[in-house]
Design a protein around this ligand. Sequence first.
Ligand SMILES: Cc1cc2nc3c(=O)[nH]c(=O)nc-3n(C[C@H](O)[C@H](O)[C@H](O)COP(=O)(O)OP(=O)(O)OC[C@H]3O[C@@H](n4cnc5c(N)ncnc54)[C@H](O)[C@@H]3O)c2cc1C
Ligand code: FES
Length: 271
Amino acid sequence: MRNPYLPEVVPIREVIEETCDTKTFRIATHLLFNPGQFVELSVFGYGEAPISISGGGDGYLDLTIRAVGNVTNRIHRMKAGDYVGIRGPFGNGWPLEKAKGKNLLIVAGGIGLAPLKPVVEYVCRHREEFKMVTLLYGARRPSLMLFKYKFREWEKFMDLLLTVDEPEEGWKGHVGVVTTLCDKIKHRSDTITLMCGPPIMMKYTSMVLIELGFPPSEIYLSLERNMKCGIGICGHCAVGGVYVCRDGPVFSLNKALRFIEKPHEVQGVLD
Ligand SMILES: Cc1cc2nc3c(=O)[nH]c(=O)nc-3n(C[C@H](O)[C@H](O)[C@H](O)COP(=O)(O)OP(=O)(O)OC[C@H]3O[C@@H](n4cnc5c(N)ncnc54)[C@H](O)[C@@H]3O)c2cc1C
Ligand code: FES
């Protein structure tokens, strides 16, 4: 059996600048994944970090990474041809099968669009499998929006509702937090919601969606916890009897409510 702690050593094929602090690293690998899964990324000599898979294709997968600390700042200085390690894919991913035949609401804040991008791309390729589809995306400023070069394509397949907290020159779209767009969603019942973003955004958006009649059991959130092993062994990500790395990172709001009461890191999402 392969040692689950041993990374696959793979070259970076391409680096795509997304915003001032975020880049997408296209990694040469044949690893298969489900939308919403993540890998443990090693930058040798610096450490490991869990990173969602933001896309993939023949012989590659994409990791969209914001520079915040040790590992992420170091990879931001790397270029095509440099080598990194990956373990995975880990985690359960989004419940796409459950969403088929239903309306789909995708809600993303900031870098939270990265783990949802494979869902958006799946919808574009298999539009007939869903009823109405809405993507609601908010960022602090227009220049911090990820994947802007994809928006025109995505709009052909779904309602794309964009908002920013602070407009910049040339921005003609909506201004306000993500929740201010919720009343523009054209569907309510028979809808599966997939959401990822900062805890405060997920908390308030969940509350507004519930008020609008979206049932908590049909709202799914991707949660972040500090992780080490990524495979349910070390206990770093344990909360209320679940391991976020192994049992998540995607949980229904309904389920998350049962274990989110105490631990402060996740608490903000819901109370
Ligand atoms: C399942 C999962 C998927 C993730 N997917 C992505 C992804 O696709 N892209 C991505 O960029 N990040 C993602 N993250 C977050 C990423 O793992 C952390 O930002 C990363 O561990 C930082 O590692 P580091 O060594 O660079 O920072 P560290 O050196 O560990 O931390 C440096 C500083 O940054 C702070 N910090 C750590 N994480 C965050 C954070 N998320 N936001 C703000 N401050 C932080 C720390 O508190 C510390 O003060 C994901 C996390 C999880 C659990
Ligand atoms: S990170 Fe080790 S148990 Fe989840």
